[in-house]
Design a protein around this ligand. Structure first.
Ligand code: 5GP
Length: 120
């Protein structure tokens, strides 16, 4: 996708502004993590950047190097914090129509806690 429009009323933007509650799993200057409201695995964490980016494409295209590095480090800190590294886990980012993205603020899903099976 090339369009960089961003809907500031999306649910995750509202969570970032504190307008909708979410249980904080991790937060720093670059990222916020909270449990998915409809978990698809025993561990299902959403990680969102603090900046206004629509999806993984938009983030990679427009975010600054510090934001990109900060977000990647935050994901690793969450993986360590939740003790997921040794057993393994899956990181997914849905994008756009074919990707089945529901919430148009960039996020990664961290899934784990059991053998997750085939990717699709
Ligand atoms: P997407 O399909 O956009 O990759 O995933 C969006 C995810 O956000 C879904 O797994 C959905 O369950 C989760 N979700 C939607 N609304 C809320 C909410 O208000 N709070 C939380 N914690 N998760 C939400």
């Amino acid at each position: 996708m090339t369009d960089t429009t961003y809907d500031s009323q999306n649910i995750f933007a509202r969570i970032l502004r504190g307008e909708i509650p979410a249980k904080k799993i991790y937060e720093d200057d670059y990222a916020l993590a909270f449990p998915d409201i409809a978990p698809k695995a025993p561990v299902h964490i959403l990680v969102i950047p603090k900046g206004a980016y629509r999806d993984v494409y938009d983030f990679g295209a427009r975010a600054g190097s510090e934001e990109i590095a900060g977000f990647a480090r935050a994901v690793s800190k969450i993986i360590a914090q939740e003790n997921l590294e040794s057993a393994g886990f899956r990181v997914i980012s849905n994008c756009g129509l074919h990707g089945g993205q529901e919430v148009p603020h960039y996020h990664v899903h961290i899934l784990g806690g059991k053998a997750l099976g085939a990717m699709i």
